[in-house]
Ligand binder design. Sequence first.
Ligand code: FAD
Ligand code: NAP
Length: 444
Amino acid sequence: MLRVAVVGSGPSGCYTAQSLVQQDPDVCVDVLDRLPCPYGLVRYGVAPDHEKIKSLQGSLRTVLEHERVRFLGGVRVGGPGGLPVERLRELYHAVVYCMGAATDRRLGIPGEELPGSWSATDFVAWYSAHPDAADAGFLRGVRSAVVIGVGNVAVDVTRMLVRGAAELRPTDIPQAALDTLTASGITDVRMVGRRGPSQARFTTKELRELGGLPGTEVTVDPADLALDPADPGALPTVQRRNLEVLRGWAGLPSADAARRIVLRFFLRPVEVLADGGRVGAVRFERTAPDGHGGVTGTGRFEDVPAQVVLRSVGYRGVPLDGLPFDSATGTVPNAAGRVVREGVPSPGEYVAGWIKRGPTGVIGTNRPCAKETVAALLADAPALLVKRVPADPVVALRAAGVEPVPWAGWLAIERAEAELGARLGRSVVKLADWDALLTAARSA
Ligand SMILES: Cc1cc2nc3c(=O)[nH]c(=O)nc-3n(C[C@H](O)[C@H](O)[C@H](O)COP(=O)(O)OP(=O)(O)OC[C@H]3O[C@@H](n4cnc5c(N)ncnc54)[C@H](O)[C@@H]3O)c2cc1C
Ligand SMILES: NC(=O)c1ccc[n+]([C@@H]2O[C@H](COP(=O)([O-])OP(=O)(O)OC[C@H]3O[C@@H](n4cnc5c(N)ncnc54)[C@H](OP(=O)(O)O)[C@@H]3O)[C@@H](O)[C@H]2O)c1
């Protein structure tokens, strides 16, 4: 019987497990996650008000409840106190690393570290109740915000900044984040792209949603649209539709709304400026299209006032001790999913998802990605089966001082979240700290 460990229970981990059990009637898969909760960014990234996408957890759940798949939560692989990669390799015929891209890309500009300048990664983790997230007082005294970047995460955080209580209360957002967001005095959010509207990375459905937010007006500077050199007829569908939506918002008369989202383009961040020891504004250099999809600086600058800056310029993979890592791409070098060590594919070690491809793509993109990896693993299986592995790796994990949170522990967390919701007069409300999660898990 082939024994496979999958590290990470996000979409790529779950799709890897699914593909394995569908294609090999004898394989047994343990899905390890450092958190006691499964589903990766579907639980800790997808915005709480996107309940339909969140409901994909239901199909990932079916995978983790398969008779030959076992969820082992609370098992960190690598890092201080974590299970070393080398030890994990001894316990299984094959290991598939699916640990995503846990940190943020940096801007590398002065003032990036000022109080009030946060990565969207931190902000998302906070409103998603990630147990490592801190309540950093993100919105204290904030009237205007700058969001740097024009991808779908930038759209998520922009929308969350202006959402009201009526829209957030029915979601599973943790109570503290709900209270902070709905009590905030934010009136203005500026979402800023360094290139033009036709190069923005957001998708049309997500963009269009900004125009339907209650009590919020959306505008685009017509001058930014005029600068964009793209011929709409020659653009791919998403970019063409994005432009149509943006043109519909350009120069709209003021709707006298309580909150305003302004989309800006052709502005490259060069410095976060301080006011009284914290963020006061962002200095941008005006850019101009270079004719090849990029931009060049113009030497003209513009300061945009803000009390909070959310840097939404992409995620980044984190190296794992004992695994090769390409620091230029933030991924593990691989050939069709096989980890490549010193230029040679290493049988028994695989990757899937964001740590394989880099931090782009929607949930569904991880399915074919995982399939490709599983095809490589199953092709290697006859050779891998020669290795002797323990009958039950959990016994060895316990001997190494690791007590995994079983599926029943996760179900107990779900029950505790439903009970908390009932106590607060809401539906499900997420537990936001390690103590609460582990106490609930142990009650199983
Ligand atoms: C903020 C945000 C919102 C998004 N919203 C959407 C959306 O609405 N719709 C959509 O289709 N896509 C969305 N995406 C994209 C989607 O979430 C990703 O494509 C997908 O989650 C990537 O899957 P993954 O399994 O590679 O990584 P992840 O989902 O990040 O899963 C990685 C898992 O590995 C675990 N892990 C990490 N390190 C270790 C370790 N050392 N040991 C053990 N476990 C470890 C983590 O705890 C996590 O559970 C969003 C992405 C972000 C960042
Ligand atoms: N609802 C959904 O479906 C949903 C929601 C959230 C996320 N996702 C997916 O998750 C993935 C990650 O999303 P993301 O928004 O984090 O990444 P992304 O799509 O790569 O967008 C990153 C943005 O940051 C900008 N940027 C990068 N470096 C910069 C710098 N130094 N200065 C200024 N701007 C900079 C990029 O501009 P350039 O283009 O100029 O580099 C781009 O606008 C995407 O595939 C996304 O579609 C999907």
